[in-house]
Design a protein around this ligand. Structure first.
Ligand SMILES: NC(=O)c1ccc[n+]([C@@H]2O[C@H](COP(=O)([O-])OP(=O)(O)OC[C@H]3O[C@@H](n4cnc5c(N)ncnc54)[C@H](OP(=O)(O)O)[C@@H]3O)[C@@H](O)[C@H]2O)c1
Length: 261
C-alpha cells in the first residue's frame, strides 16, 4: 500500500509521514529539500522499520520537475493507494501594489498547477483501486477570508478548492477512478506558518499579530494533530463521505478527542 506525500520534509507533510509509516503505508516522500526528506526518512526507519520508503526531490513550481516526479513514481510502483498534496507556498506582499507577479505565479504553480499536473500524470496509478485510491489536497481558510497582503496565497488556495471540486465531478465519470477531498487544516504550528508570520510581521500586515497571538495562546493544532485528522480521513471515512468532501482539521481533531474520551 503505497502513499505519495508532497511537501513531506516539513510541517504537516512530515508529521503525516510519521503517522502513516507505522500503519502499514509504504511511503514516497517528495519535496524540494533533499536533506529534510532524508531526515524524515531516517526517523521513519527508526520508528517503523517495516515501512518501505523512498525520497524523491521535486520542484513543484517547475512543470518539468513535476512531470519527472510522476515518471519516477511510475517507475517505482504499480499503484498508489493514497496521494496527499501537502506542499504549499504563498509569499505575503506589503500591499496590493507590491503583490509581485513572480510570487503570484509561483503560488499558482505550486498550489494549483502542480496538483493538477501531478494528479493527471499519476492517474494510471490511481485508477482501478479496490478500495478506490484516495487523493487529499491541503487547502487553507485564507481562500475565503481575504486579508491584506495575502493575495498570492489566498487566490491560489481558492483555485485549489475549485480544482478539487472539478476533480470530484470528473472522477465520477470514471468507473474505476480515485476519490478526492479537500482538507482545511486551520491554524497549525509548523515551520511554514512561523516563517509566514515572520515575513507578514516584517511587512506590518495586520493578520501577522493575530496569528502569532493564536500560536502563543496554543489556539492552533500541532502538526501531529493535523496529521492524525488526515490519517482518519484517509483510513476511516467511507468513500461516500470522503469523495468531494471538505474536511476541517480542527473539527476532526475535536471529534476524534471526544470519541477517544
Ligand atoms: N500551517 C498552517 O497553519 C496551515 C494552514 C492552512 C493551510 N496550510 C497548508 O498546509 C500545507 C502544509 O503547510 P505547512 O504549514 O506544513 O508548511 P511547511 O512546513 O512550510 O511545509 C510545506 C512544504 O512544502 C514544500 N514546498 C514548498 N514549495 C515547494 C516546491 N516548489 N516544490 C516542492 N516542495 C515545495 C516545502 O519544502 P521545503 O521545506 O523544502 O521548502 C515544505 O516541505 C500547505 O499546503 C499549507 O498551505 C497550512
Amino acid at each position: 500500500m503505497w502513499t505519495l506525500i508532497t511537501g513531506a520534509g516539513s510541517g504537516i507533510g512530515r508529521a503525516l509521514a510519521l503517522e502513516l509509516a507505522p500503519r502499514g503505508h509504504n511511503l514516497i516522500l517528495a519535496g524540494r529539500t533533499v536533506r529534510k526528506l532524508e531526515d524524515v526518512a531516517d526517523t521513519v526507519r527508526v520508528e517503523a522499520p517495516d515501512c518501505e520508503l523512498m525520497t524523491l526531490e521535486v520542484d513543484l513550481a517547475d512543470p518539468e520537475s513535476t512531470r519527472n516526479l510522476a515518471h519516477q513514481v511510475g517507475d517505482a510502483v504499480d499503484h498508489l493507494s493514497a496521494f496527499v498534496y501537502c506542499a504549499g507556498v504563498g509569499e505575503p506582499a506589503a500591499d496590493f501594489a507590491s503583490l509581485g507577479l513572480i510570487d503570484f505565479q509561483e503560488a499558482l504553480a505550486v498550489n494549483v498547477s502542480a496538483p493538477l499536473l501531478l494528479t493527471q500524470s499519476l492517474l494510471p496509478l490511481l485508477k482501478g483501486g479496490d478500495p478506490a485510491s484516495r487523493i487529499v489536497m491541503i487547502g487553507a481558510g485564507m481562500d475565503k477570508h481575504a486579508q491584506p497582503g495575502t493575495g498570492s496565497y489566498g487566490i491560489s488556495k481558492m483555485a485549489l478548492r475549485r480544482l478539487v471540486r472539478q476533480m470530484s465531478v470528473e472522477f465520477d465519470t470514471m468507473p474505476d477512478g480515485p476519490v478526492v477531498s479537500l482538507f482545511q487544516p486551520g491554524l497549525v504550528d509548523t515551520p511554514g506558518i512561523r516563517s509566514h508570520i515572520k515575513k507578514a510581521g516584517d511587512l506590518n500586515l495586520p493578520h501577522a499579530e493575530w496569528l502569532a497571538g493564536r500560536l502563543e495562546a496554543g489556539e492552533c493544532l500541532t502538526a501531529e494533530q493535523a496529521a492524525s485528522a488526515l490519517v482518519f480521513t484517509l483510513n476511516q471515512v467511507p468513500d461516500s463521505d470522503f469523495h468531494g468532501a471538505v474536511f476541517n482539521g480542527a473539527d476532526l481533531v475535536d471529534s476524534l478527542s471526544f470519541a477517544g474520551s
